[in-house]
Ligand binder design. Structure first.
Ligand code: HEM
Length: 153
């Protein structure tokens, strides 16, 4: 197969983070749906979200489907991080902060990493780190533009 470079909006090189997709697929093969494990991890760090979310399993499930789709779409280059923020202003109105957003993405990565155990590879580590680093400034700008809480520095 010929490797064709991908361009976003004709200008920017899109990073393809294939190992992120592989890690999600491997997790699902061995453990099934990660939704419950991700929320448990997230609520340990952000118990303030429990009251808003944890009593509505339908909402939790729909939202996690959206979060996983977003991560996969940015990882495979279908959308760039700046195009993945359309939902942020609604969330700021619900007092969701930048720290909570990045905490949720981190909870997905950490759940998958822990679940895969020795099957977690250096490439997965690098691709996830790249994905989260690419999302961070886009989320920060979107939260800030919507008047929400961004972390210091
Ligand atoms: C703690 C309070 C939160 C509340 C009350 C909340 C509420 C909601 C609601 C009502 C939806 C729409 C679900 C539907 O399709 O019916 C949603 C979707 C979504 N939420 Fe949250 N959320 C919260 C936290 C978070 C956090 C921390 C993240 C971080 C990543 C997040 C990311 C998303 C995403 C990506 C979607 C899908 C957007 C789409 O594709 O339409 N939410 N959320």
């Amino acid at each position: 197969m010929i490797a064709v470079p991908l361009y976003y909006a004709g200008v920017t090189m899109v990073d393809i983070r294939q190992a992120v997709l592989e890690s999600l697929a491997r997790y699902e093969e061995s453990h099934g749906d990660p939704t419950r494990a991700i929320y448990e991890r997230f609520y340990r760090v952000h118990p303030e979200a429990i009251e808003e979310l944890a009593f509505d399993t339908v909402l939790e499930n729909r939202m996690m489907a959206g979060i996983l789709a977003l991560l996969a779409d940015v990882a495979d280059g279908s959308i760039d991080p700046g195009g993945a923020v359309y939902w942020v202003s609604d969330h700021v109105a619900w007092e969701v902060s930048e720290t909570m957003i990045m905490g949720m993405f981190g909870a997905v990565r950490d759940t998958v990493r822990e679940g895969l155990g020795p099957e977690w590879t250096a490439r997965m580590d690098a691709d996830w780190a790249g994905l989260l680093a690419a999302l961070a400034p886009a989320m920060r700008d979107a939260v800030s533009e919507a008047g929400g809480i961004v972390s210091e520095g």
